[in-house]
Ligand binder design. Structure first.
Ligand code: 13P
Length: 252
């Protein structure tokens, strides 16, 4: 049985003060209302990581970051290393979000390096993949996503691959209020699992957590999370309000 993992991606939102307030609310409500069958993660801005780590310590909520650099240390002004993240209590790192691919030119090859360094540092990568609407309309979305996985992940040994979480985030569903239908989500998640099985075998593929992301909200979470191959969610907008985030989690 795969444990469901629901991660909030705050993106570039929340000052330190706002982060403390939101994190405290989430931890408090999660403690009262969420059972242990779900792993909750909050991926907060770099500037809030250390403070939030003190709030989530010993609770049901784990700490995540939204990116890190591909090199271990050195003259890379403005970048943050995996080791630095680990040192403030980070357990999960989002890699390859479509916003980073689009606005910061992150390639599959760069992401392979980032995956390596996050794993080597002992944290869990949440590796994002997803197609544009144009790619889906052309019918090339499955090949496109398979290539994202192959190019950034398939160099890994099976034992390392099994530590990864994959987030399927169709770009046309992110921040748009348009969600993939359950049929679309289930189809893509099954294709992703089949692609993993073609490289690592069915047994490994069955252990991999594949999250859905893209306008997941309290009113659609339960339906999406009931799909056989949907093992959690990566939540943007709805993770910015404690009540909404918890209600998404309760859909699991
Ligand atoms: P929304 O939930 O706001 O659509 O964002 C999804 C996302 O990009 C999470 O990483």
């Amino acid at each position: 049985m795969r444990k469901k993992v629901i991660a909030g991606n705050w993106k570039m939102n929340k000052t330190l003060e706002d982060s403390l307030k939101l994190a405290t609310e989430v931890v408090t409500i999660a403690n009262d209302e969420v059972n242990n069958n779900v792993q909750i993660v909050m991926c907060v801005p770099f500037t809030s990581l250390y403070a939030v780590s003190n709030i989530v310590k010993g609770t049901k909520v784990a700490l995540g970051a939204q990116n890190c650099y591909s090199k271990p240390s050195g003259a890379y002004t403005g970048e943050i290393s995996a080791e630095m993240l680990k040192s403030v209590g980070v357990q999960y790192v989002i890699l390859g979000h479509s916003e980073r691919r689009e606005y910061f030119g992150e390639s599959n090859a760069l992401l392979a390096d980032k995956v390596n360094i996050v794993l080597a540092t002992g944290m869990t990568p949440i590796f994002c993949c997803g197609e544009t609407l144009a790619q889906r309309e052309k019918g090339i979305h499955i090949d496109f996503i398979n290539a994202q996985l192959t190019d950034s992940l398939f160099h890994l040994a099976p034992a390392d691959f099994q530590k990864i979480i994959i987030a399927y985030e169709p770009i046309w569903a992110i921040g748009t209020g348009v969600t993939a239908t359950t049929a679309q989500a289930q189809e893509m998640h099954e294709k992703i699992r089949n692609h993993i099985a073609s490289k690592y075998g069915t047994e490994v593929a069955e252990t991999i957590v594949i999250q859905y992301g893209g306008s997941m909200k309290p009113d659609n979470a339960k339906e999406l999370l009931s799909c056989k191959d949907v093992d959690g969610g990566l939540i943007g907008g709805a993770s910015l309000k404690a009540r909404d985030f918890i209600d998404v989690i309760k859909g699991a």
